[in-house]
Design a protein around this ligand. Structure first.
Ligand SMILES: [Zn+2]
Length: 79
């Protein structure tokens, strides 16, 4: 488990580009997320970061766990 290090935040607030993870074959969207935001999405296997207006492919039920004007973090129901 990674320890939180609130003092070392310099530079982490700069959003970095990453690909939308909606899974659509023709999706070329790029979302901008800070380190913290990516951390919240990447540490949970069922969570995907997608562009606003996109929806996860695959047919499984999903819900929005975080929403900003830059991206959505959605959680896929794995049951
Ligand atoms: Zn997409």
């Amino acid at each position: 488990m990674r320890q939180a290090v609130p003092e070392v935040t310099t530079g982490w607030e700069t959003p970095r580009a990453r690909r939308c993870e909606c899974g659509a074959a023709d999706c070329e969207a790029v979302v901008y997320m800070t380190w913290d935001e990516q951390d919240r999405a990447d540490h949970v296997p069922q969570r995907w970061a997608i562009a606003p207006g996109h929806t996860p492919r695959g047919g499984a039920p999903w819900r929005v766990v975080e929403e900003t004007d830059r991206f959505l973090i959605v959680e896929i129901d794995a049951h």
